[in-house]
Unconditional design. Structure first.
Length: 319
């Protein structure tokens, strides 16, 4: 059967089971755009460093991870309750990102900001962020460039190649707290002072480019950036003004560096998504950043005849 891609550029392993061991950390952070003299202002969740295992077979991927206590000692950042449903789908021609972010409980970074003591974090157990969204982009050069080679390791990029990306994104979300997002001691430094909540909807087209560099046959570095310009509707409670419709940018970025030799692959990946929200005036900007850091060791496994027979139903269902 004729291959559906240029095998001189990347190799596919559809018959292999990809087993992985990994460490990962997910987050959804809020940052206020600052004036020249203001301190950097970023609310971050206290999410754990997770250790997990996973498996990929054809289009099916299952990962299980847990934030063990020995990896996450108490650090004075408070507790965050969260459900993070980041899903990233990479087909031959498309990349699809689906987000379901539900976070409550944040701390203010850097340490000591808005506090009398420089070694104590300002904590906001009342602050919550709920956001859902999706982004879909088409790869123009999918026959020579593979996202799956760097993200799932069931393919291997053999020659450097890249692809233009064209698509769109949509997001809906709420940022909410019991009082002003800006602590009273910092109120004179930020135009967002007094804002208690934001409800937003953003939709618009985007474009980008992705490229994988192959170094000395087995080392690789993949970089990808998708820029979006969307119609942004924000309903603001507190502060100056209530509603606003504007255009604002957003970005999805991916960076993966690794070593792929024989049946083994080790890599470090960063996936991020940043939205810019304009509230009541041109100076009132809020940045929402979601993302994942992951260090992964994978091994490609060839199933034996008995296991292959048991996998036959999946072969009939999965591409």
């Amino acid at each position: 059967m004729r291959a559906d891609h240029d095998t001189l550029y990347y190799e596919s392993f559809p018959e292999n089971i990809i087993g992985r061991f990994y460490f990962s950390k997910k987050y959804t952070a809020i940052e206020l755009e600052k004036s020249t003299n203001a301190s950097r202002f970023r609310y971050e969740p206290n999410t754990p460093l997770n250790m997990g295992i996973g498996v990929t077979y054809r289009a099916l991927t299952i990962n299980l991870a847990y934030g063990f206590p020995f990896l996450n000692p108490e650090d004075g950042k408070g507790k965050t309750k969260y459900l993070d449903l980041q899903t990233h789908v990479y087909t031959r021609e498309w990349t699809v990102d689906v987000l379901g972010q539900f976070y409550k409980g944040y701390y203010l970074n850097p340490k000591g900001l808005a506090m009398d003591k420089p070694d104590v974090y300002y904590r906001r157990p009342d602050l919550r962020v709920d956001m859902i969204g999706a982004a879909a982009y088409h790869l123009s050069n999918y026959d020579r460039f593979s996202y799956r080679a760097s993200m799932f390791q069931d393919e291997k990029q053999k020659k450097s190649a890249g692809s233009f990306l064209l698509g769109g994104e949509i997001y809906y979300g709420v940022i909410k707290a019991d009082s002003s997002l800006v602590p009273s001691v910092l109120a004179d430094q930020y135009t967002q002072s007094g804002v208690r909540s934001l409800r937003f909807l953003k939709i618009g087209p985007g474009a980008g480019y992705a490229y994988t560099f192959i170094i000395a046959t087995d080392f690789f570095f993949m970089a990808s950036l998708q820029a979006n310009l969307g119609v942004n509707y924000v309903h603001q409670a507190g502060g100056a003004g209530n509603n606003r419709v504007s255009l604002s940018p957003g970005y999805i970025y991916r960076f993966v560096a690794g070593y792929d030799k024989g049946i083994f692959n080790v890599n470090f990946a960063v996936i991020g998504n940043q939205l810019t929200l304009k509230a009541s005036s041109t100076n009132d900007k809020f940045l929402i950043t979601t993302g994942t850091y992951r260090l992964t060791l994978t091994r490609r496994l060839t199933p034996g005849p008995g296991l292959k027979r048991k996998l036959k139903p999946l072969d009939d269902l999965l591409p």
